[in-house]
Design a protein around this ligand. Structure first.
Ligand SMILES: C[S@@+](CC[C@H](N)C(=O)[O-])C[C@H]1O[C@@H](n2cnc3c(N)ncnc32)[C@H](O)[C@@H]1O
Ligand SMILES: Nc1nc2[nH]cc(C(=O)O)c2c(=O)[nH]1
Ligand code: SF4
Ligand SMILES: [Mg+2]
Length: 209
């Protein structure tokens, strides 16, 4: 990447945009709500079951003017979900300032593994064992969404729940490829431990992005 471009990306004036689309939030607390998704490229967390591995290499996604991303977003929805990749690898301050200047609600989907930047109306923290969240991310989380791939993940989920703030809503979400096996375990777990709720990737059942 050219030095001038790199500097603008570092500031958040440009962001490596993978895709942006208007759909229904499929997961977590806001499931069922129409929202415009901004998917930023780049992630080095390395979840082996990640459903968007094409996002990982930031160099494959064109540095895009943040102003232009917001101009497009405001045509579609009042609710904007910023995801990735790992959005917090980049400085989100300019993006969220522009979104808020346009009166839009800013939601983030993050592993929380990097310093928190930006102003967020809704912070979805989905922690990963390989690169744990920062303390700030635990403090900010409105929802904790732990992906359950096998039974060991219930223990991880409890460890993560012990670190979030007291108002944080707790979700267990089946890893998609293991859903047939793990959903019954999640159902039993939530009935036995009702502080947890189930989150499904409902967009995949609806066949929408
Ligand atoms: C693709 S990630 C991007 C945002 C950020 N890197 C993160 O992991 O939170 C968006 C959400 O999808 C979840 N996710 C990714 N792959 C999944 C899978 N195979 N099954 C269930 N959830 C998955 C993540 O845990 C996260 O909550
Ligand atoms: N419909 C829909 N809802 C989602 N919620 C979180 C997603 C994500 O990939 O961050 C996602 C996604 O990719 N599509
Ligand atoms: S942190 Fe998110 S984007 Fe990165 S590999 Fe894991 S699920 Fe995929
Ligand atoms: Mg997704």
């Amino acid at each position: 990447m050219k030095k001038e471009v790199q500097l603008l990306v570092d500031k958040g004036d440009l962001l490596p945009l993978m895709e942006a689309f208007y759909t229904i939030q499929g997961e977590g607390y806001h499931k069922g709500t129409a929202a415009y998704f901004i998917r930023i490229g780049g992630c080095d967390v390395g979840c082996h079951w990640c459903d968007v591995k094409e996002s990982w290499n930031a160099d494959l996604h064109p540095p895009t003017k943040t102003v232009k991303i917001v101009e497009d977003a405001k045509k579609y929805s009042d609710t904007i979900v910023v995801t990735g990749g790992e959005p917090l690898m980049w400085d989100m301050s300019i993006l969220t300032t522009l979104l808020k200047d346009n009166g839009l609600q800013t939601h983030i989907e993050t592993s929380g593994a990097y310093r928190v930047t930006g102003t967020w109306d809704w912070f979805c923290l989905s922690p990963k064992k390989m690169k744990l969240p920062t303390q700030e991310a635990y403090n900010m989380a409105n929802e904790l969404k732990v992906i359950v791939y096998n039974k060991n993940d219930f223990r991880f989920a409890e460890e993560q729940a012990a670190k979030v703030n007291k108002d944080c809503i707790l979700y267990l979400q089946p890893e998609w490829s293991k859903r047939d096996k793990i959903v019954p375990e999640i159902v039993d777990y939530v009935m036995a431990n009702p502080k947890w709720k189930v989150s499904l990737q409902t967009h995949k059942y609806l066949n929408i992005p």
